[in-house]
Ligand binder design. Structure first.
Ligand code: CAA
Length: 296
């Protein structure tokens, strides 16, 4: 993406993306970017983490081949568009960086510090954070006007939404380019303000938290609470099963951010949620959450 300085700014968009973090979200973002025709660099800190991300992408693509959605040639060209590695220098030429590392301000700020040393001055920096202030993270980079939130949803290849979160300093050009890039990935972007929880988690997480209160008060069993919401409200999965999918540690963290930042007791995390996390019952990733999973 050659950027033209001054008023004649280049809006041709993104052709090369660097994804930092090859976990569930990062691998999903790399997959949809490559499927959208973009060249992708997928970075993590160790060969093992990178390889795990590549395996996730391969199995996601296998799923599509098995269903006849794409053929083997298309799968191979998607894989060929992804350059995995551990060396941050690999992202030197990208137009857009999407960071998807652990949900910690310090970890993300450290990533963006290192990224800023490597990329060109016109590169757009995006974070997939679900709860951290975009404005605060933007304050750690040299060009906060080119910093934006790009919030994907799990499972990334399936979920259509991307929240494009504008920090206080995000400029119109950055928001427009990221909006366009999300559309090219087959997603529906929605622009939201940098207010805790953005839009989706501000609504979703209190619902999940309330379901956990209901469970602990004996309103109904976990299975029945989920059935109430799948059959009574047409949700694709119940709130407790969804909490298990997201990770109970992630749910607790987001509730703590909402509670702390708004200072409103309606966001207090359910004590049972804290207990589940303290017990290491984090949902699907540990094999046990509100439900049990065999394939963890
Ligand atoms: N990767 C890729 N594709 C997947 C997948 C995965 N991990 N899981 C399911 N799919 C695909 C399936 O292949 C299937 O595709 P087709 O319809 O094209 O055949 C489709 O999704 C439906 O899957 P299944 O039939 O196996 O199962 P399902 O109908 O129960 O759907 C689900 C599974 C997609 C997860 C669905 O239950 C759902 O949409 N649940 C809600 C998920 C949700 O709310 N996610 C957002 C969480 S919040 C978040 O991520 C943000 C945050 O900040 C915390």
């Amino acid at each position: 993406m050659a950027r033209v300085d001054g008023n004649a700014r280049d809006m041709t968009g993104i052709s090369k993306v660097g994804v930092i973090g090859a976990g569930t979200m990062g691998a999903g973002i790399a997959q949809v970017a490559a499927q959208g025709g973009m060249d992708v660099v997928l970075i993590d800190t160790t060969d093992e983490f990178v390889q795990r991300g590549v395996s996730r992408i391969e199995s996601g693509l296998r799923r599509l081949v098995d269903k006849g959605r794409i053929d083997a040639n298309a799968r191979d060209s998607v894989i060929a568009r992804i350059a995995p590695g551990t060396d941050l220098e690999l992202i030197a030429e990208v137009d857009l960086v999407v960071e998807a590392v652990i949900e910690s301000f310090d970890a993300k700020a450290a990533v963006f510090r290192d990224v800023s040393d490597v990329v060109g001055s016109s590169t757009i920096l995006a974070t997939n954070t679900s709860s951290i202030s975009i404005t605060a993270l933007a304050g750690t980079v040299p060009h906060p006007e080119q910093f934006v939130g790009m919030h994907f949803f799990n499972p990334v290849p399936v979920m259509k939404l991307v929240e494009v979160v504008r920090g206080l300093q995000t400029d119109d050009r950055t928001a427009a380019i990221v909006h366009d890039a999300a559309t090219r990935l087959g997603k529906t972007p929605v622009t939201v303000a940098d207010i805790p929880g953005f839009a989706a988690n501000r609504i979703l997480m209190p619902m999940i938290n309330e379901a956990i209160f209901a469970l602990s008060e004996g309103v109904a069993s976990a299975d029945d609470i989920d059935t109430v919401m799948t059959l009574g409200a047409s949700h694709p999965m119940g709130p407790l099963a969804l909490a298990d999918l997201i990770g109970l540690d992630v749910c607790l963290h987001i509730m703590e951010v909402l509670h702390g930042d708004f200072g409103d007791s309606k966001y207090r995390p359910a004590p049972l949620l804290r207990q589940m996390v303290a017990a290491g019952r984090l949902g699907r990733k540990t094999g046990q959450g509100f439900h049990q999973y065999e394939d963890a």
